[in-house]
Each structure stands twice: as C-alpha cells, then as structure tokens.
Design a protein around this ligand. Sequence first.
Ligand SMILES: *Cc1c(COP(=O)(O)O)cnc(C)c1O
Length: 437
Amino acid sequence: MRYYSTNKSTPDVSLKEAVIKGLAADNGLFMPEKINKFDASFFERIHKLSFQEIAFEVAKKFFGEDIEEEKLKEIVFETLQFDCPVVKVSESIYSLELFHGPTLAFKDVGARFMARLLNYFLSNRKDPVNVLVATSGDTGSAVANGFLGVEGIQVFVLYPKGKVSKIQESQFTTLGKNITALEIDGTFDDCQHLVKTAFLDEDLNKKLILTSANSINVARFLPQAFYYFNAYARLKEKGILENKELVISVPSGNLGNITAGLFAMEMGLPVSKFIAANNTNHVVFDYLKSGNYKPVSSVETLANAMDVGAPSNFSRILDLYRYSHKTISKIIDGYWYSDAQIKEIVKNVYTETGYLCDPHGACGYEALRESLSENQLGVFLETAHPAKFTETVEKIIGKGNVKLPKKLAAFMSGEKKSNYLSSDYVDFRNFLLRFTT
Ligand SMILES: *Cc1c(COP(=O)(O)O)cnc(C)c1O
C-alpha cells in the first residue's frame, strides 16, 4: 500500500517509510491510497470473533500487503494483551472502556502497535532511532511504556511543565532505560511545535534518524480502528443493535481517535453518526457549525488531554471527505463542555447510574445524552481511567471514592527524572545532539 501526503506536494511512500518518517516531507499527514472495505458478510459473523481476531482482520485490510500474515498476527496479538469491553451505563448509552492497558488510556493500543511495527521495520538497522513525542498527558505515557526496553530505540517525551497531572507525569518520568523526559517551559502546542520543527530540520535529519510517535503516525492512528469494530461486535453479541442506529461519541483533541473511527466507517462499519466531543477548546465544534476552521491557542481545562487548539488530524478528515463541509457535518456532530459542565456531568452520571466517568469520557457521555433519539443506541469512548485524574474527580464526587488501580500505584512510587528546557527550538536541538552523540 502506498501512502500520500495530505498536502499532496511530495511523492507517495511505502508503509515502512510512512511509519519511520511520521510526518510527510511537505509537512502533511500520511493517508493510505485506498481504504479496503469489508463485505457485508463480515458484519454478519463479527460477533462470533474475539477482539484480537477482529483486530487481525482489520489489520490485514490496512497492512496486509506490507507485512506477512503470521508476523502481523503476532504484532496484533501482542499489542492487544488487554480487553476493550463495552459496558452498559444507561438504557441507551454504553461505554467503550479503553483504559485496560498498561497506562490506562486508549493510546496504549496505538503506541504498542507502533512500537512493534517500528521494531519489525528496523530490525536490520545500524544507527539508533530517536522517537520524538509531544504529550498533553496520556500520549507520553502510552508511547514510553509501549517502547520501554525496545533495543536501539531512544524515546524523548516532551511535556508542558505543570500542565499534566502527577499521575500522568509519573508514567513517563520514572521509567529510565531508553525513555528520556523533557519538561518544557510552555504549552502542549509549544511541545508539538518543537517536535514538528525537528522533523523539518534537514540538517538535524542528516545527523539523526528521527521519527514521531504522535497520533499523526499511521502506525498509531490506524490501529485505533480495531476497537470500533469490537464495540459493534460486542453490542451485536448482546443482541441490542436490532433496529437501532449506532452513534459513537469520541472525546476529541488532536482528532486521531475519531479519524480512526471514520476509517472504520469507510471500511463498512455500520455507524450512523459520529460525535466529536470537545472541552472549551472547541475549534472542531466551530468548524462543524460554520464551515470555518480557525485554529487558536489552547486553553487549560479539566480534560487536559483534549486541550488542543490546532488539531493535527483535522487535515486527514478534510482529505478523507474531499474538503466538503457538507459531508463532514453530516457525518460528524459537535458538542462542547466547559469545566463547570464537566464537573456537573461526572457528578450526575455517578449519582444517577453509579458509573464513574473521567473528565474526557464525561464529555463523550453527555453529548450522547443530549443528542440520542428513540431509535438510536450510543457508545462513548471512555478514553482514560478516572483514577488518572483522581484529584479532579475526587473534588467532584468526594475524597476516597476513586480507587487507584495497582498499575498506577506502581508508577506513583517511582523516582521522577526529567530534563528542564525552554520552548526555544535551539535548546531542544542542542539537547538532542548532545544526548545522542
Ligand atoms: C489523547 C486523549 C484524548 C484525545 O484523543 P485525540 O485522538 O487526540 O482526539 C481524549 N481523551 C484522553 C484521555 C486522551 O488521552
């Protein structure tokens, strides 16, 4: 399969090149040249397959031309060493729980897949590969843990100082080994800008092999389609999809997750509509309503993994639907919630149903509650475990009410090691060169 750039001013590349480069040479994002569809018969039997089996079928559609079947199966099965179950919250609303992986957030799926794919493609290399990742919280931990201990790969995690929770920070600053944490004096967008600048720095790229593990990388973003198919399968298995339209609500920041869902739909997954649920950073909502896309600086909110003012995967959505606002706004609906509303939602869902949402999932839930009609069934993506945001969540529902899973407690007891840097590109560049030579 060939991959083209959304900016269309650089030649197509192979999967291997797309994965290693991350970002296209013209600053665009890679897109597969075609989207292979499933026959209707696949959806007739999908509920008889396990999550891993479904994921393997989906992976073959994406990567089948480029990786031997046995190897691909191994990568998929090793990636998915945990489940993504669908849990009932109310009569017509279900939660797709994506927090059962090692760092308790959905990014584990893409990060673990990418680490394995990169290792496969680079198994004969001589020079070390440097993975650069900017994080607003959960990406850093998922990528760091996905790559931890993988030989010949150095990971640099850039995060905005003071803007990620203690728990999130502990998940990428305590690992050591091939993981280096960089605490940047700036915002998430500054971190993202540093990473993008490094990729476009020709001289630096002659000296170092650089790759990105942000949601822009096709190896991270495409595997996220796996769990959309699984959600459908598990609902079908429960027999509750009869005569119902499926609406999927995705708490969105950089839009990688929802874009993977849109790919699933293009592959034939029967979804009637997607919802992009935003926090106060609602450029997507504004675009859907007005047709005008105006990226802005991000502002801090309680759902901080969605604090994105210029969502990187927006260009993929535009490309997928040929820049048609009419098509895009028919397929995707937009909602957004302020911090005050998020608190209210977490509290109400907890008292009314007993289900504890994290601040991101809460936005996804509420958008369904507001929008669902009689003949619709809604699934929201519970993108992280509420315990990752214990401070916030306990302020809402009371102290001592959030149980810290064992996996998280283990991170919290580790020692923090990180390097403090300004948001000036020259500092970052010098650090990389000093560190790697
Ligand atoms: C990253 C993240 C999001 C946003 O996902 P995108 O793919 O960037 O839209 C939402 N919730 C949580 C918990 C996240 O970590």
